[in-house]
Design a protein around this ligand. Structure first.
Ligand code: SMG
Ligand code: MG
Length: 377
């Protein structure tokens, strides 16, 4: 660490990005994406963090309004007061406050990016990526008709996506899956219920076994770990957990209990990219395949995810898609799909920066929080 390197301040910015088409899941329909961006400025560099909390507490309890307050009132002052420029010290400094992992993760991401830009190392190098590119996968929302779904999936396959994930819910499961299998044959196919079922649906969900799915993601409630273990015993389709896995420890517990045989890793959900790496390591130690999830990120988080998806244990294609999957215009140079893959950025830090004009065009609010004068002088 450079001698005397201090944090000068952190900018908190809320942006609202229009989506190319509505994204419907079992918990609601999204037409815009609200994002909190953090820009951490130290003496040596500046770094970007992206908070993946949703507009409402639907995917997780954490959401943009609460995350903004928590970042402003607790997390950012703590990081500035201690002038933390070492990413490994961010999580310990915030540990006394419960939850808000997405906010904590965004702050760690900004400090990590600043540090890596100063040292010239990329996210991929820092996390231990072993691939230069990763297979592209796409998550497909619930649609008004199955015909519309078939057409949409066909379009993604034409673009080169190697794996299709269908969002499901009661009333939108067997028929869409059957029609996609009939239309496209032996593609890599999986489903995600976002906690929309109960154990009482086990016999119904067992009918999905006929479709040779890679996995079923988070069929039951976030806290229903034992119920997932029971369901996993009744299904041939492998059970993968998303919402339930909030840390490396939670991953170890869920695996030991037999609640999942595959894990979706999202840095925001577990409190940052460093904990995401630990989740990966725990899963690899248990022989459990992992893949990189997505939270409709802008080019900033999308680039970091491409790096995370390139870790050695990421043996299944992730929700790693091109910017065009969600955005006509991204904040950064667009992430693109080429030959069915997304490239892992190689530049320092995230390897990308937001375009200033584009950023201003989608900004809802922004605030510069300076380090206190005593520390800055
Ligand atoms: O970024 O490709 C993406 C989205 C992938 O389906 C996706 N994410 O439960 O895995 C999930 C969902 C959570 C976000 S839904 C708004
Ligand atoms: Mg999911």
């Amino acid at each position: 660490m450079a001698e005397g390197n201090r944090l000068r301040g952190i900018e908190v910015r809320q942006v609202r990005m229009p989506l190319v088409s509505p994204f419907r899941t079992s918990f609601g329909t999204q037409t815009t994406k609200d994002v909190i961006l953090l820009r951490a400025v130290s003496d040596e560099a500046e770094g970007w963090g992206e908070c993946v909390a949703g507009s409402d507490p639907l995917y997780a309890p954490e959401y943009v309004g609460a995350a903004l307050l928590t970042l402003r009132d607790y997390f950012i002052p703590a990081i500035l007061d201690q002038s933390i420029v070492d990413p490994a010290l961010v999580a310990p400094a915030l540990d006394l406050w419960k939850g808000y992992r997405m906010s904590k993760g965004a702050l760690e991401m900004a400090i990590l990016d600043a540090r890596l830009r100063a040292t010239g190392q990329s996210f991929g190098e820092a996390l231990g990526a072993v691939h230069a590119r990763v297979p592209a996968g796409v998550s497909v929302g619930i649609m008004n008709t199955v015909d519309e779904l078939v057409e949409t999936v066909g379009g993604y396959l034409d673009e080169g996506y190697q794996r299709i994930k269908l969002k499901i819910e009661p009333g939108w499961d067997l028929e869409p899956v059957r029609r996609i299998r009939d239309a496209f044959g032996a593609i890599q196919l999986q489903v995600d219920a976002n906690a929309a079922y109960t154990l009482g649906d086990a016999n119904h969900l067992r009918k999905l076994d006929a479709f040779d799915l890679l996995l079923i993601e988070q069929p039951l409630g976030d806290e229903d770990v034992l119920a997932h273990a029971e369901l996993a015993r009744r299904l041939e389709t492998p059970v993968c957990l998303d919402e339930s896995i909030t840390s490396a420890r939670a991953a170890a517990d869920a695996i030991s209990l037999g609640a999942c045989s595959i894990v979706n890793i999202k840095a925001g959900r577990v409190g940052g990219y460093l904990e995401a790496r630990r989740v990966h390591d725990v899963c690899v130690a248990h022989g459990v395949p992992v893949w990189c999830g997505g939270m409709v990120e802008t080019g900033l988080g999308r680039s970091a995810n491409a790096a995370l998806a390139a870790l050695p244990g990421m043996t299944l294609p992730g929700d790693v898609s091109a910017s065009s999957r969600f955005y006509t215009e991204d904040l950064t140079e667009p992430v693109v799909i080429e030959d069915g893959h997304v490239a892992v950025p190689t530049g320092p830090g995230l390897g990308v920066v937001p375009d200033a004009g584009r950023l201003d065009a989608v900004t809802v609010s922004s605030e510069w929080i300076p380090a206190n004068r005593r520390l800055a002088s």
